[in-house]
Design a protein around this ligand. Structure first.
Ligand SMILES: [Zn+2]
Length: 195
């Protein structure tokens, strides 16, 4: 089976802003009944989170009647410099922010393209520690900080603030728009994955 998750990542919040934004968004989600205020053991990868609230169904396209019975059904908020990833699977490609060339990591038979992932591996793995290594594009030769490259299927998202909904169905566009508005219009990435 496994557990699905959807994480809304704010890719622009600064370290100073992240805590306050997290608190403000949580207040809204509780006040409008999307999640409950109480923190319980209802998320993976963290001690506690906020279970779905009485109006959670209004946040999703098609409510799942089984969600309430799942153990992992809550919201976990990450306030920490993090490389969010989609869990299972591998990144398949990344696009250069300068020339828009796509750098593939796998070929059409899903075999690794030799050397391409190695261009990015160190920069991806060290970003959470505070580095932001420039990566040189194999096509145009220009460099760009690793967090500015566009990952296929939003496999990675680099940010200091993330809202992870465990096993929630697809989120409504209106809900995502309101989320983004309350994050001050910051660029957000919706990362969907599975553990
Ligand atoms: Zn390029």
């Amino acid at each position: 089976m496994g557990d699905w998750f959807r994480t809304i990542v704010d890719t622009e919040a600064t370290a100073e802003e992240a805590q306050e934004l997290a608190a403000g968004l949580l207040d809204w989600l509780i006040a409008d009944g999307y999640v409950v205020a109480e923190r319980t053991d209802c998320v993976l990868g963290a001690d506690a989170g906020h279970a779905p609230g009485p109006r959670y169904a209004e946040a999703v396209v098609e409510p799942d009647p089984g969600l309430a019975a799942l153990w992992s059904n809550g919201l976990h908020i990450t306030v920490e410099r993090t490389v969010f990833d989609a869990g299972q699977g591998e990144p398949t490609a990344v696009t250069c922010p300068h020339c828009a060339t796509e750098v593939p990591f796998v070929d059409e038979r899903w075999m690794p393209v030799e050397g391409n992932w190695e261009l990015f591996a160190d920069a991806v793995h060290s970003w959470a520690d505070g580095d932001d290594e420039p990566v040189a594009c194999p096509s145009c030769g220009r460099t760009a900080p690793v967090h500015t490259w566009r990952w296929a299927d939003d496999y990675f998202a680099f940010g200091r603030l993330g809202f992870t909904f465990w096993n929630w169905p697809e989120l409504r566009p209106e809900f995502l728009a309101e989320f983004s508005r309350r994050l001050g219009g910051h660029r957000t990435v919706l990362l969907e994955g599975k553990l």
